[in-house]
Design a protein around this ligand. Sequence first.
Ligand SMILES: *Cc1c(COP(=O)(O)O)cnc(C)c1O
Length: 384
Amino acid sequence: MKKCNSKDYDVLIDFIRNIYGFDKYIPLHEPSFDGNELKYIKDCIDSTYVSSVGKYVDKFESLFADYVGSKYAIATVNGTAALHVALRLVGIDNNSDVITQPLSFVATSNAIRYCGAQPIYVDVSRNTLGMCPDSLYSYLKTKTFFQDGFTYSKLSNRRIGAVLPMHTFGHPCAVDELLEICDKFNLPLIEDSAESIGSLYKSKHTGTFGKFGTFSFNGNKTITTGGGGMIITNNYDLAKKAKHITTTSKVKDPYRFIHDEVGYNYRLPNINSALGCAQIENLQKKIRKKRALAKSYKNILSTTNFSFFNEPKKAKSNFWLNTLILSSKNERDSFLKITNEKGIMTRPAWTLNNKLEMFKECECHNLDNSNWLEDRLVNIPSSV
Ligand SMILES: *Cc1c(COP(=O)(O)O)cnc(C)c1O
């Protein structure tokens, strides 16, 4: 990575202004509504079924399952809730540890903590920005022991209950390699696919490799339901349980209120699902545009010293947020200052989760790549 000069900045800023407009503030990722959104929402309001029951919930779930190619999909109030439930359903509790990556939005670590469990952080790969199979393997090989069919952390003596990688900025991680390692150590894999809807790895949708995949439809994601999330799985019993505990664990009964365990009010309302149905109809079009934008960024930046992060091998990314890797932390800081002062929103990487106050005591493997990326990575405007 080379240091950038002022001409490089001019090229980048001119390019962004030409696409998104002059004389206005340019956000990182704006939602776009160019389909049946109003029609479906009006229909929803006219029917009075705006809340926890209605046809759009079922419709959105079935459209989603068809789109990604999973057997079942369960809509939730947000992506964090989807993660929480997926972790609960593979048995994560306050005697568990969960292996995840530090380079992620805080929701990944929070959901682990909601179950009373502790995150263990392994490194990410510089090629994918997602969990590194070598790091996972070396952690499991040297820092755990195997007893009665389960894997335990030597440090905490707690059972490791799951491995939770994330497909960073929409780029698929090497999920097949992770899965192979998980199988060796009898660990369920859950994919935090919040950012990677529509991204393919070896022609298969992210989220469909693990026992569960989870998604987010927050306002800044590729498609939005205002707030919302989705759990996918191919396992009928797990899908049934997911539906049950996200709907207060209410037992079917003509009029009595019977709940058979502590459940959650995590169901996605019908009105948000209506928005989701309209958004998913245009998802492929949005992804085409996002991939075209990424290609243009890549072409234009190849004439500069900026290093554009391209999709990993064997992957077809949705390019949720386009990413540059700068030459140093100093360069990163001046980049953020220059672009934001010019009304172009750019952002650094998240603070590594293991450095946040709530998680700073958690077990960490070597995190060289995560630390390196944290200092150099920036996201640039990526709206559809
Ligand atoms: C957006 C996101 C989530 C879920 O976010 P919600 O706002 O709860 O929908 C989880 N993990 C990652 C990595 C995300 O980017």
